[in-house]
Design a protein around this ligand. Structure first.
Ligand code: PFF
Length: 454
């Protein structure tokens, strides 16, 4: 991408919505509910919120600082800000994480396309809860069908990346994000009106701290990084397109609030529905694909037309939310290949898409015909999810804290956060203290705990 092209999103709100478009995606609506379900509910959510506040917000501001100050994608940013040092490896770690995440994320994104088709052809009508479970299993384990959707989804992403990200991302985010919010709120209301909904709410709101283990902390931290698109330089790459007038602190706060709001509301949609139809909250990655079709059928049982419209609309929006995230992942890797190895942008994009199709195919097959091939007791799909979300992203986040907290000059951080001194910097010292001590030590403790050393 040329320098002139990378300069700015058109407006402050455009910058916020593009970053929110990256953050809000399958992580909120698909991954957050099943991680919450797997880790016992409300207590996990509280720890998650703490991670967003204490780790997520400062690290997002740190990534914004790196991106806007270097005006380079993450693969290059550290060579610009710390030339001749090993910090460049932090950029490379992010690029690798982005590539691996895109590989398995696209599989799930592909599933949303299948569900658009099923909803559109009215396949959900008259199915019982168990039928949805069987249908999902049959589909996700099929050796061919999910692969086709995977390729289609990656080609859609490829198309936007090659066409020019700026207009595509900014314009589509401005329209799609508000529509997504409205729909999510409507669905939450529907879900709460189902019989037995209160059991689901209780699961979401009443913490049971006896279920909190080191694993819950690692899960919540990994989810916070994944959901906020942090730890791999994605938001730092986007910040390289921020204008001078964009307020980094406000933007981080808006993105954090929007992202958390969508995730919690996704929980409000899914758990009352799951309890209402008797689906276990720890069903795992299949959770939204088996509970949501039920919500539509049951909430609108007397009005089939509404059930139909809501199901189609929901999966279309879910696919679009996933698309704004896959674009941001693809962009990190494409920009890196383009800037570092001087491939043309089109060529770089092709390499990324092709590589992700291969990784995605292996991930998808690992849920079906290749189920028996495991490493550390995990299939390829689960392994990629674990290694990226629970190791690479927190590690990347920890290193960004150390970079901005200790290596980068304080005056650079100050100038970026106050837009060259024109804004008040109320919490600047607290922010630097978190970056220097609280966040890196907190992340390290969670890692060490998981290794069983404390
Ligand atoms: N934050 C996205 C989601 O919640 O779906 C996923 C994601 C996008 C993770 C970009 C990491 C990233 F860099």
């Amino acid at each position: 991408m040329q320098k002139s092209e990378r300069v700015n999103f058109g407006s402050k709100i455009g910058a916020i919505l593009a970053a929110a478009g990256s953050a809000v995606g399958l992580g909120n609506i698909w991954r957050f509910p099943y991680e919450t379900g797997n880790h016992g509910g409300a207590a996990f959510i509280l720890i998650y919120l703490a991670c967003v506040l204490v780790l997520g917000m400062p690290i997002m501001m740190a990534e914004f600082t790196v991106g806007r100050h270097s005006k380079a994608s993450t693969g290059k940013a550290y060579s610009v800000l710390a030339p001749g040092t090993h910090w460049k490896w932090l950029g490379y770690l992010g690029v690798l994480a982005g590539f691996l995440i895109l590989g398995y994320y696209s599989v799930v994104a592909g599933w949303t396309l299948e569900y658009i088709l099923e909803a559109g052809t009215n396949e959900f009508a008259n199915k019982r809860p168990d039928d949805f479970i069987l249908a999902f299993e049959a589909f996700s384990q099929d050796p061919v069908r999910p692969l086709i959707w995977l390729v289609v989804f990656l080609l859609l992403t490829h198309f936007v990346i090659v066409k020019g990200v700026k207009d595509g991302i900014e314009k589509s985010s401005k329209i799609l994000m508000p529509v997504l919010f409205i729909l999510i709120i409507l669905l939450a209301v529907c879900s709460l009106s189902l019989p037995n909904a209160e059991k689901g709410l209780e699961f979401l709101l009443k913490p049971d701290f006896s279920k909190v283990t080191g694993d819950v902390f690692l899960g919540a931290m990994g989810q916070a990084f994944f959901s906020l698109s942090l730890g791999m330089g994605c938001l730092s790459t986007y910040a390289s397109y921020f204008g001078k007038e964009t307020k980094l602190g406000n933007t981080a706060l808006s993105v954090g609030v929007i992202d958390t709001f969508v995730a919690v509301l996704a929980g409000v949609i899914i758990f009352p529905a799951a309890f209402s139809v008797g689906i276990q909250p720890d069903a795992g990655p299949s959770l939204i694909f088996i509970t949501l079709p039920n919500v539509f059928q049951q909430a609108f049982s007397g009005i089939p037309f509404l059930a139909y419209v809501f199901s189609v609309l929901f999966y279309v929006l879910l696919a679009l939310a996933a698309l704004t995230s896959t674009i941001s992942l693809h962009e990190v890797v494409t920009a890196f290949l383009h800037e570092e190895f001087a491939f043309t942008r089109g060529r770089a994009a092709k390499m990324v898409t092709f590589g992700c199709i291969l990784i995605g195919a292996l991930s998808s097959l690992s849920l079906g015909v290749m189920q028996k091939y495991t490493l550390f007791d995990k299939g390829f799909f689960d392994l990629l999810d674990f290694v990226t979300a629970k190791i690479m992203l927190p590690l990347g986040g920890m290193l960004v804290c150390i970079f901005v907290g200790w290596y980068l000059k304080r005056s650079v951080s100050y100038a970026e956060l106050t837009n060259e001194g024109t804004l008040k910097a109320g919490f600047f010292n607290v922010y630097i203290f978190i970056l220097r001590f609280i966040a890196p030590i907190g992340i390290a403790l969670i890692f060490i705990n998981e290794l069983g050393l404390i």
